[in-house]
Design a protein around this ligand. Structure first.
Ligand SMILES: [Zn+2]
Length: 378
C-alpha cells in the first residue's frame, strides 16, 4: 500500500470506528433503538364485540403437537397477527392460572392464587365488570368448573382460588348474561345451604344442568340470563365424552348479540389442555387442543362475516414443558415433558379483527388487558 493510500485508509478506519461511532451513540442512544419499536399501527381501532379465547396451558409445543396430530393443520393458522407474552406473576416466575387470568382481567401482576385481587388483596375492576358498566352483554364458557381460576378472575374477587363457594356467590351477584361450565355443587350444595340456582332463577335466569339435559337439548330463553352447569364438579375430558364446548360457544354469540346493542364480551376457555400437561399425557393435551381449535374455527367464521368483532386467542401459561422429540413422525408423535407444573416459557397471542394489530410484538401478560380495554373503548 502506498503511503498516501495508507493515510486515507487509516483516516477512514478511524472515522468508522471512533468518531462516526461516537456520533451515532451521541445522536441515537442504543437504548432508544432497542425500546423505540415501530410506530403504532391502527391505535384508534375499536371493535363492537370481543371474543377472548384462553387455551389454559397452551404453549407452542402443544400447538405444534396438535397440528401434526391433525394432519398438519389447525384453524389457528388462519391468524396473520401473532405476538408473544410474558407470563410471570408478582410473587413467582412461574405463574398459576389465577394470577395469569387476573393479569388479563385487571391488567395487574398479582400473586399466585389471587382471583381478581391485587397483592394487598384489594379488588381490582375487571374487563367483564367494565363491559357490564358500558351495558355490553357478557358471557363465559369453560371446560373446567365455571368457578375455576380463569373464568372466576373476570367476575370474582377472592384472595384464594379454592374459595369456590364464595366465587359461585360472586358469579350470582355479577350476573353474566350467559355462562356454561361445571361446578353445580358450588351453587346448590353449599356450606351456607343457600341454593344459588333457585336464587338466580327467581331473578329471571334459565338454568339447566347436565343431570336433567344435554346442553344441546336446551332451548335458550328469549329474555333473561342463561346458565348451564355441565357437571357437579369438573367436566369430563373430551376423549371421555364431553361434548359441549363447540355448541355452547357457538350458541353464545347470537344470544349475547341479541342481549345488547352495545356489543358483547365473550370469554371461552379450553381449560383442560392444562390438565393434560399436568398429567404429562400427550394424547390428553392434543385432544383438548383440537376441541378448542374447532371453536376457534367457528369463532373466526363469525368474525370474518361480522367485521366488527375482535378475536384474541392466547394462553395464561405453558404447562408441562411439552415437546415432540426425535423419533416423532407426523402420524406418530413422541412426546416428552420437562415438568408436571407450569413453565416460564412465553406463550403466543393470535388476533383477528379491528384492533388486532395491537397484539403484535412481545409484551407482558398485563398488556393484554390494556389492549382489550382500548379496543373495547372502555
Ligand atoms: Zn395448571
Amino acid at each position: 500500500m502506498k503511503r498516501t493510500n495508507l493515510v486515507i485508509f487509516l483516516a477512514f478506519f478511524c472515522c468508522i470506528h471512533f468518531s462516526c461511532d461516537f456520533l451515532i451513540k451521541k445522536e441515537v442512544p442504543s437504548e432508544s433503538i432497542v425500546h423505540a419499536g415501530l410506530p403504532p399501527v391502527n391505535d384508534l381501532a375499536v371493535a363492537k364485540n370481543v371474543i377472548f379465547l384462553v387455551g389454559d396451558g397452551m404453549g407452542l409445543g402443544q400447538i405444534t403437537g396438535a397440528m401434526y396430530a391433525n394432519g398438519n393443520k389447525l384453524n389457528l393458522e388462519r391468524f396473520k397477527t401473532i405476538g408473544l407474552h410474558k407470563t410471570h406473576a408478582s410473587d413467582k416466575l412461574i405463574t398459576d392460572s389465577a394470577a395469569g387470568a387476573t393479569a388479563f382481567s385487571c391488567g395487574i401482576k398479582t400473586y399466585n392464587g389471587a382471583i381478581g385481587v391485587r397483592d394487598d388483596k384489594s379488588a381490582c375492576e375487571t374487563l367483564a365488570e367494565l363491559a357490564k358498566k358500558a351495558r355490553m352483554s357478557v358471557g363465559m364458557v369453560a371446560t373446567s368448573t365455571i368457578v375455576h381460576a380463569t373464568p372466576a378472575s373476570f367476575y370474582s374477587h377472592q384472595p384464594q382460588r379454592k374459595m369456590y363457594d364464595e366465587i359461585a356467590m360472586d358469579l350470582a351477584n355479577f350476573k353474566p348474561d350467559y355462562f356454561v361450565g361445571g361446578g353445580k355443587k358450588f351453587f346448590d350444595r353449599r356450606d351456607d345451604e343457600k341454593d344459588l340456582i333457585k336464587m338466580m332463577q327467581s331473578e329471571g335466569y334459565t338454568i339447566g344442568n347436565y343431570f336433567d339435559n344435554e346442553f344441546l337439548e336446551m332451548d335458550l330463553p328469549e329474555k333473561g340470563g342463561f346458565g348451564f352447569l355441565t357437571a357437579d364438579e369438573d367436566p369430563l375430558p373430551v376423549a371421555q365424552g364431553r361434548n359441549y364446548l363447540l355448541s355452547a360457544s357457538v350458541a353464545a354469540i347470537p344470544f349475547l348479540a341479541k342481549r345488547s346493542d352495545r356489543g358483547f364480551f365473550l370469554l371461552i376457555e379450553g381449560s383442560q389442555i392444562d390438565w393434560g400437561g399436568h398429567a404429562n399425557d400427550g394424547d390428553y393435551v392434543v385432544s383438548e387442543l383440537l376441541d378448542f381449535d374447532r371453536v376457534i374455527g367457528r369463532v373466526l367464521d363469525y368474525a370474518e362475516k361480522d367485521g366488527n368483532t375482535l378475536v384474541v386467542v392466547t394462553a395464561d401459561h405453558e404447562t408441562g414443558g411439552y415437546s415432540n422429540i426425535q423419533g416423532s413422525t407426523m402420524d406418530s408423535l413422541v412426546t416428552k415433558f420437562t415438568s408436571g407444573y407450569h413453565t416460564a416459557t412465553m406463550v403466543p397471542v393470535f388476533a383477528y379483527g379491528p384492533g388486532a394489530n395491537k397484539f403484535q410484538g412481545i409484551y407482558e401478560n398485563t398488556e393484554i388487558y390494556q389492549k382489550l380495554k382500548s379496543v373495547m373503548d372502555l
